[in-house]
Design a protein around this ligand. Structure first.
Ligand SMILES: Cc1ncc(COP(=O)(O)O)c(C=O)c1O
Length: 373
């Protein structure tokens, strides 16, 4: 069979120094996983969840795949996030696609932050509504788009941005949404478990969660499991059960997965020490990098008060070379390349965890800024 047409595209990627390959972890110090609190690393869930759970759900939730634990867990999580209702999806990707593809209708308008995650964009692509992006975190640009929006309006943003680590100006966005009667949807993927006294997320921490039409919390990051929940009204839940194809046409998560999620929702709210230390480490990283003013070749550090710290290293080749130096120094930091981010904005995405030490951070900073091995 001739698959040269695939090879051609792959070769293009290679020429751009952007060829993606799977690799296995090799024991380096973790500065790239989403295991912010170390729940997976310490196998905390494994200690809670012991035997007796089935490994297969046997069907979709509407057929044979629904069971008491999944309904109970949805209720527990919705209550934890002070939401009227919640519906579980098999991943954060599915939740965003499942929600955005079916709720906004033809004649409606979706306005989304330009740096929104691929799952948000894919969901929007599948919707019949018209859509516009607004400049990243720009409430002025959002307002400009809201002024001309038609039908039911949906504004979509993330509380913590996955590739920049910054937070949305959520109070201003809500103010703007209320002025134009727009429905706000917030993806809390990187805030869950990390922001708020119990890790409830940014919206609850700011006491603004009731102003959202929907919130998405994902379980594959700090929660240390897999899956996601869409929180909102009972009506929204009923609607998704009836119209969301990413919910309807897929096998439900197995009991083992749900038991793990339920266990993590008992564990992570209590991990206050870890969240406190993580905040300290974030400030330490920011301080450490601001001391060093002689950045080479356009390298700069973005301001971020979340575990996602970004060092801009323009050019796929240059960012890959520094990532290699970090790897040689036993530090697992991944480069984010064009086309995932715009040309010239290639970066090292350094993820801080509650188990990273300040000495580890010192080494990362040394290697990046002094080019040491
Ligand atoms: C902001 C955001 N939303 C959604 C997702 C998708 O979540 P999941 O990995 O559970 O599919 C991610 C994951 O990278 C993300 O960063």
């Amino acid at each position: 069979m001739n698959d040269d047409f695939l090879l051609n595209k792959l070769n293009e990627r290679k020429e751009q120094h952007a060829f993606r390959q799977l690799r296995l972890p090799d024991g380096k110090i973790d500065f790239c996983s989403n295991d912010y609190l170390g729940i997976v690393r310490a196998n905390l869930i494994g200690k809670y969840v012991t035997g007796g759970y089935s490994h297969g759900a046997t069907g979709s939730r509407l057929l044979s795949g629904n069971y008491p634990l999944i309904m109970q867990t949805e209720k527990i999580i919705a209550a934890f996030h002070d939401a009227r209702s919640g519906l579980l999806f098999n991943s954060g990707y599915d939740a965003n696609v499942g929600l955005l593809s079916c709720v906004p209708q033809r004649g409606d308008t979706i306005i989304y932050d330009q740096l929104s995650h691929a799952s948000i964009r894919d969901g929007i692509r599948l919707s019949f509504a018209q859509s516009f992006s607004f400049d990243h975190n720009s409430v002025d640009d959002l307002e400009g788009k809201l002024r001309v929006a038609k039908g039911n309006i949906f504004v979509v943003t993330e509380s913590v941005f996955s590739m920049d680590g910054d937070m949305a100006p959520i109070a201003d966005i809500i103010h703007c949404c209320e002025k134009y009667h727009a429905n706000l949807i917030v993806d809390e993927a990187h805030a869950t478990g990390v922001i708020g006294d119990k890790g409830e997320g940014l919206m609850q921490e700011r006491r603004l969660h009731r102003n959202c039409f929907a919130r998405i919390h994902t379980f594959g990051k700090a929660v240390g499991c897999h899956g996601a929940i869409v929180l909102g009204s009972e009506t929204l839940r009923d609607y998704l059960i009836n119209f969301s194809r990413a919910f309807i046409y897929t096998t439900a998560l197995p009991e083992t997965g749900i038991a793990a999620i339920e266990a993590s929702y008992k564990i992570f709210p209590e991990m206050r020490m870890e969240r406190k230390y993580l905040r300290e480490l974030i400030h330490y990283f920011q301080e450490k990098t601001s001391e060093l003013d002689s950045f080479r070749s356009g390298i700069s550090v973005m301001q971020s008060f979340t575990p996602i710290q970004i060092v801009i290293v323009p050019g796929n080749e240059q960012v890959r070379s520094i990532a290699k130096k970090l790897s040689n120094a036993n530090l697992d930091v991944r480069p984010i390349l064009y086309p995932t981010v715009p040309r010239g904005r290639e970066r090292l995405r350094i993820v801080l965890h509650s188990f990273n030490t300040k000495e580890d951070v010192d080494r990362v900073v040394e290697v990046i800024l002094r080019g040491e091995r």
